[in-house]
Design a protein around this ligand. Structure first.
Ligand code: OFO
Length: 175
């Protein structure tokens, strides 16, 4: 059974993951508004994946006999001056999320809570990918500054991103 401290950290992390989804949905909508439909698709997929992250944490709390207390969702920015600033914000956000995950890992280590540590390793690996993906996009967009043809190609390539639901058990059920 997990401690109250771990429960409340995971509960807060669920809120952070859902806030991430809200942030990326906002980025998606701002992209579509500015006719960057590739970036719109890319951020939409990202938003859906964040909901999956929240769901994974919810499933873990339930498995530990805990109630999931959904917290209020704060507002998000709604406009960005460029795709580059959008992706820079996304990259910085992912770095902040990594810190939150590491914070829970540290607490679980301190409590010798191996079940939570095991569950969190998926998130540790996921954050490596999340940060790296955002950094790659930032680097591409920095290189494309002032080159509209290259920007067009980058946006087009982002449109190929597809949502693949993160499954949580072998029978491929949601919970
Ligand atoms: Fe859930 O990884 Fe991004 O925020």
């Amino acid at each position: 059974m997990i401690s109250n401290e771990i429960k409340s950290l995971i509960n807060k992390q669920i809120n952070d993951e859902i806030w991430s989804a809200y942030l990326y949905l906002s980025m998606s909508l701002d992209s579509y508004y500015k006719d960057y439909s590739g970036a719109g698709q890319w951020f939409y997929v990202q938003a859906m994946q964040e909901i999956d992250h929240a769901r994974r944490l919810q499933k873990y709390l339930l498995s530990q006999g805990q109630h999931v207390d959904l917290l209020p969702i704060d507002g998000v920015p709604t406009q960005w001056t460029s795709l580059l600033t959008m992706f820079e914000d996304a990259m910085n956000h992912e770095k902040a999320i990594t810190k939150c995950i590491n914070n829970i890992v540290n607490q679980a280590k301190e409590e010798q809570d191996y079940a939570t540590l095991s569950m969190l390793m998926w998130f540790v690996d996921e954050q490596i990918e999340e940060e790296q993906t955002a950094l790659t996009m930032v680097n591409k967009l920095r290189a494309a500054q002032g080159n509209s043809c290259y920007m067009y190609e980058i946006d087009k390539s982002m449109k190929t991103r597809k949502y693949r639901r993160v499954l949580h058990n072998r029978s491929e059920q949601w919970l």
